[in-house]
Structures are given as C-alpha cells and as structure tokens.
Design a protein around this ligand. Structure first.
Ligand code: SF4
Length: 84
C-alpha cells in the first residue's frame, strides 16, 4: 500500500505512560521504561521516523492522541501538513 503519512516519535521525551501501546502494536514498552517504535528509523538521536499507509493510520493516530506528552506526530506526506 502507498505510504501516505510520516510519523515522528521523540523517544527522548517519552515518559513511559504506555498508553500508545494500547492502540497500536507498533509501540512496545522497552526495558528502559520508554516505548520503542517498531520498524522506525532513528533519524536523529532518540528521534524516530516511519512512513505508514492508510491502513496503519487510525491506530497510530489513537496512539498519538493518547500520549500525555505529545511526542508522537503525524504528517501528510503529500502536503507536509501536520495532522497531530
Ligand atoms: S504514550 Fe507517549 S509517553 Fe507514553 S509511552 Fe507512549 S510515547 Fe511514551
């Protein structure tokens, strides 16, 4: 499926609330108490990026919405507009 969105995850600012893991299996708690973003690429130190398709969008949107410190963001790849 065509990648439509870019998801960014600022792992450094994660406080380990774990709510993101409830909505998407792309987020899993790691031993250091922070979430890992499965399949993503580390673009900068503790800053991860993954392009996703429409199919994955809803779950990750819920993860992003649930994060109390807003460290998960989603951008539309075509327009570069920030969705959350
Ligand atoms: S919800 Fe946010 S703070 Fe909590 S584990 Fe996920 S990314 Fe980290």
């Amino acid at each position: 499926m065509k990648k439509k969105y870019k998801v960014t995850y600022d792992r450094e600012s994660c406080i380990g609330a774990a709510s993101c893991t409830i909505f998407s299996n792309k987020f899993k708690m790691a031993k250091d108490g922070k979430a890992d973003f499965i399949g993503s690429k580390e673009e900068d130190e503790e800053f991860f990026v993954l392009e996703i398709d429409e199919h994955e969008f809803k779950e990750i949107l819920e993860s992003a919405r649930s994060c109390p410190v807003n460290v998960i963001h989603i951008y539309d790849l075509e327009t570069n507009k920030k969705i959350i």
